[in-house]
Write a protein that binds this ligand. Structure first.
Ligand code: CUA
Length: 184
């Protein structure tokens, strides 16, 4: 073994490490690009503040406004309050194949929510309104768990999302300002 071949071996090893690190970095960047382009994942970009201590006293997130309202064009707006340890309402009803906007506010601490098999995945930070735009292709029921640790009851905090044909949507939600949900 000469001095030169040892140096050459070290250099090969060095190149292998540099090469694999570059490949991993490119893979991670690729995953980010793929998920944002293909699945429509994106961080909430708007900043909208709200007083989390007085949600129940009136305004957009007062009890009567929680749930789904259907606009004349068939699109839906769903308003939800996240609190320790439940979503209110805990069953959201949304129309299939229509644009759906979900607006959430926290009444206490940081929560999170995602809807299985969709691009819905965001945090709910007290003091801010989280807005997510999505579309549910097929009717069915999906789970919506809280995915930010929010206290001892965190693992029991989840809601359901019931996707129904627009024609079978609760009729009192159509073209009116009354919010509906499938919560009992
Ligand atoms: Cu709310 Cu975890």
């Amino acid at each position: 073994m000469t001095e030169i071949s040892t140096t050459a071996k070290l250099e090969v090893g060095e190149r292998l490490w540099a090469g694999s690190m570059t490949a991993i970095t490119l893979l991670l960047v690729g995953v980010v690009v793929y998920t944002s382009a293909h699945w429509g994942f994106y961080p909430p970009s708007q900043v909208e503040t709200i007083d989390s201590t007085s949600l129940h006293e009136g305004g957009e997130f007062s009890e009567a406004n929680l749930g789904t309202v259907i606009a004349p064009d068939g699109s839906a707006v769903v308003r939800v309050v996240a609190q320790q340890y439940a979503f209110v309402p805990d069953c959201l009803v949304v129309p299939a194949g229509k644009p759906v906007t979900i607006r959430l506010a926290s009444a206490d601490v940081v929560h999170g929510f995602l809807v299985q098999g969709t691009n819905v995945n965001a945090m709910v930070v007290p003091g801010y309104v989280t807005t997510v735009h999505t579309m549910f292709k097929d009717p069915g029921e999906r789970l919506m768990p809280c995915h930010e640790f929010c206290g001892v009851g965190h693992q029991a905090m989840w809601a359901r999302v019931r996707v129904v044909e627009p024609s079978s949507f609760p009729s009192d939600a159509n073209n009116k300002q009354k919010a509906v949900s499938c919560a009992p």
